[in-house]
Design a protein around this ligand. Structure first.
Ligand code: SF4
Length: 366
């Protein structure tokens, strides 16, 4: 039996966000958003670099005012990732963001009062082939639709998204568009995406909005994103968390990896520890995890608390460590290959992993 569920991805229209292909046969893209002050170019670029090295492929930055939009030019020029400008209410900032060279903009057209200005914005996007995300959010659904539905139901959100997609397609013959339909309620979120996906083939950016901190937000996002991905829905993913945005990228890859959709860094199996553990396993685990995130390989590593059960329980791992009293074992494919002192355990383990990867170059990702 395959270790992953069989997923048939819905074939969506292929679009481009700068050099990054989205939808069609492209892999599911991982994106995040900076939480630095966009006007502070240096801090924003530092965060973008941290996101890139974690595997992020698209980054969104907030553009709240004129100073932020003037900083964008420098950010776009230096950024290793394509930039999406996040805009609310003010279309003139959008035009300036496009002129600053962003690859995408995220708008919720229903919140724009002046439709003429919206047209101007779409036109400059079309001229420069800038991708537009129609970002429908349950919390800021346009008033006309909200009046009819009373509450921001999934159907109301879909109606709003379809209205703006059709408007841009029909009036401007422009198709470099994607859609998000986010709610802080994960079930409403999936229902909205399911409904939209049934009707339209525009690519979908999925995730739950205002999901919460590292634990609560990860749980809500994992429920919604996994549910949708299992149904083949979703072309880009953002796990929004009230946390360091780099964590969003790690969580997104963990979900994609566990669904067998995308693997970037090694999978780590670790035991929860019990009374048999005589080593600082949590400390070891943290160090292995940190190190493994710097490796782009399809690999299973194990961090186990005792030599009695560890190697057996983690038989499916390519390589692992098991702790003893002052010593540790390194095992490869279930067999013990080395016994080392506790203080040398990590460096010896990392050496073994590197040797294994030299012998198995096919395991390297990218
Ligand atoms: S591997 Fe050992 S320490 Fe870890 S849970 Fe199993 S028995 Fe306990």
């Amino acid at each position: 039996m395959s270790q992953y569920p069989r997923i048939k991805r819905k074939k969506t229209r292929e679009i481009w966000l700068g050099p990054v292909g989205i939808g069609g046969a492209n892999p599911i893209r991982v994106q995040s958003m900076t939480n630095t002050d966009t006007r502070d170019v240096k801090s924003t670029l530092n965060q973008i670099e941290r996101l890139r090295s974690a595997g992020c492929e698209i980054v969104r930055v907030a553009v709240p005012d004129e100073r932020a939009v003037s900083a964008l030019k420098d950010i776009v020029r230096e950024s290793p990732l394509p930039i999406v400008a996040d805009l609310h209410f003010d279309t003139s900032l959008g035009v300036k963001a496009v002129e600053a060279g962003v690859s995408g903009i995220r708008i919720n057209p229903g919140t724009f009062k002046n439709k003429k200005r919206l047209d101007e914005l779409v036109m400059v996007c079309k001229e420069r082939q800038v991708c537009i995300r129609i970002g429908i959010n349950a919390g800021s659904l346009e008033s006309e639709i909200l009046k009819r539905y009373k509450t921001p139901t999934p159907k109301a959100m879909v109606e709003s998204a379809l209205k703006w997609i059709n408007y841009i397609v029909e009036k401007f013959d422009y198709y470099n568009l994607k859609v998000s339909l986010k709610s802080s309620n994960w079930w409403h979120t999936v229902k909205a995406y399911e409904e939209f996906s049934r009707i339209s083939d525009f690519p979908l950016h999925i995730g739950v909005t205002e999901a919460g901190g590292l634990i609560t937000g990860t749980v809500k996002n994992t429920m919604a994103v996994s549910y949708l991905l299992l149904k083949g829905i979703g072309d880009t993913v953002r796990i929004s968390l009230t946390a360091d945005p780099v964590e969003e990228v790690y969580v997104a890859y963990e979900i994609l990896k566990n669904l067998g959709l995308r693997s970037l860094y090694p999978d780590i199996i670790a035991c929860p520890t019990c009374g048999r553990c005589e080593i600082d396993l949590m400390g070891l685990y943290k160090k292995v995890e940190e190190w493994a995130r710097g490796i782009r390989a399809n690999l299973k590593l194990a961090v186990m608390g005792c030599v009695v059960n560890g190697p057996g329980e983690a038989r499916e791992a390519d390589l692992g460590i098991a702790g003893g009293k002052g010593v540790g074992l390194i095992f490869k494919e279930g067999k013990i290959v080395k016994k080392v002192r506790e203080e040398e355990l990590l460096s010896a383990f990392f050496e073994e992993v590197e040797r294994f990867l030299k012998e198995h170059p096919e395991r390297m990702n990218q």
